[in-house]
Write a protein that binds this ligand. Structure first.
Ligand code: AMP
Length: 416
């Protein structure tokens, strides 16, 4: 597929060509037609997948066909968690929109507000913003959303992680009901699904895993084990293999705390990081982990996001994640930059469904290993790639009778 096949007009295609791109990335190939069709989109995609162009190009296309923005109005609002990302997205909007008569601007905190108010005065077709500063500008009547057409939440998981949920809900309450909603998130945790519920209507769901996500340099296997024996098995593995730096994932904050206490009780230096820990505590735990004074860092998926630790030799999934994409992100923490890594999962019988979901997503069965003394009393079922486990509700298509228009594409498309 080429960019020319996607239904974008010449001014936009010229700008894309100028960047040297001719082939859309998987997220672009899937998101661009859906967005041009006016559909809501919920996409699991990390930075590096080409997601920014995936939403920017079709938005610019649609905006170029409509009426220009009126004074102090924004036609598109793109919310991002950080200034850096806001600036990057705004740069992409400017790059891809350079041949179009559209106005765009970016606003974020930490700099003077007056120049931003001036920028908004004439109205903007695209406004890229961080939540706090946007609300300040709204309160000062610098921006209005009466004719808002499109809302984008970029890196939605990070926004929740950074505590922006109240700001986001407040912003949502200011927007017209009739609009197109696009939500991008590295992962689809329960929190994200909760936010999405009141936000997107019958969305086209897209999931792309970053290239090399399950890179060959990561050796993966599982230990079937009883739930009650997981802590003891982890302790055994750490001692036996003399693991000096291991990142352990748990599904819940409570589980992270409990496991950390258990490890400390076994004289293994461990720390937990999760949403209930202050930024200071998290930063210190990470520094201690990096300098070797902490051997085991126990993290929940959300807390681990954005952790700047490269080339970890060992990642352990103490629990399997409910969202299979999270597994891919977790194991992406090891075996980076050519170094070989090991990703080990402790899987109890009741986690069969999560295991099957992961194996289906990664299109491979995970090798099973056993350790003497830790054989499970409750057997983990054998999995098969063709198998669709019962009760697979999280990944079901929306109910029929939906308001999706003339769609002959599947509601959820995937690329591995
Ligand atoms: P993003 O995931 O949006 O942060 O994009 C990651 C990088 O991929 C950026 O540097 C883009 O300029 C680049 N990029 C976006 N689309 C394409 C494409 N179709 N082909 C090659 N590179 C691309």
């Amino acid at each position: 597929m080429q960019f020319t096949d996607l239904g974008l007009s010449k001014p936009i295609l010229d700008a894309v060509t100028e960047q040297g791109y001719d082939t859309p990335t998987p997220i672009q190939a899937q998101a661009i037609p859906a967005i041009l069709d006016g559909k809501d989109v919920m996409a699991a995609a990390q930075t590096g997948t080409g997601k920014t162009a995936g939403f920017t190009l079709p938005i610019l296309e649609q905006l170029s066909k409509g009426e220009r923005a009126r004074p102090n109005q924004a036609r598109t609002l793109i919310l991002t968690p950080t200034r850096e990302l806001a600036a990057q997205v705004a740069a992409s909007v400017a790059t891809y929109g350079k041949n179009l008569p559209l106005r765009s601007t970016v606003v974020f905190g930490g700099v003077k507000i007056n120049p931003q108010m001036m920028q908004l005065r004439k109205g903007v077709d695209v406004l890229v913003a961080t939540p706090g500063r946007l609300l300040d500008l709204y309160n000062q009547k610098a921006v209005r959303f009466d004719s808002l057409e499109v809302l984008v939440l970029d890196e939605a998981d990070r926004m929740l992680d950074m505590g922006f949920i109240h700001d986001i809900r407040k912003i949502l309450s200011l927007l017209p009901k009739q609009r197109q909603n696009l939500m991008f998130s590295a992962t689809f945790s329960n929190d994200i699904r909760g936010l999405a519920k009141g936000l997107v209507n019958d969305p086209v769901e897209i999931s792309v895993t970053p290239r090399n996500a399950a890179a060959k340099s990561v050796e993966q296997w599982i230990y079937p084990v009883d739930k009650s024996r997981k802590s003891a098995l982890l302790t055994h593995l750490i001692h036996e293999n003399q693991w000096s730096q291991v990142l352990v994932f748990t599904r819940t904050k409570h589980g992270a705390n409990r496991l950390t206490r258990h490890l400390e009780g076994k004289k293994i230096k461990a720390a937990a990081i999760h949403g209930n820990k202050s930024q200071n505590v998290r930063t210190r735990a990470l520094a201690d982990f990096k300098n070797g004074s902490i051997q085991v860092l126990v993290a929940t998926d959300i807390a681990a996001r954005g952790l700047d630790i490269d080339q970890l030799p060992h990642v352990v999934n103490f629990d399997l994640p409910n969202v299979p994409e999270d597994y891919v992100h977790r194991i992406g923490r090891t075996g980076r930059a050519g170094a070989t890594g090991e990703a080990v999962s402790l899987v109890s019988a009741e986690e069969f469904k999560q295991l099957s979901d992961i194996e289906r997503l990664t299109k491979k069965l995970l090798e099973r290993k056993g350790i003497a003394g830790f054989e499970p009393t409750e057997k983990l079922r054998e999995s098969r790639l063709s198998e669709r486990p019962p009760g697979n509700s999280a990944r079901k298509k929306p109910a029929s009778g939906s308001r999706r228009r003339n769609s002959n594409r599947p509601a959820r498309t995937q690329s591995a």
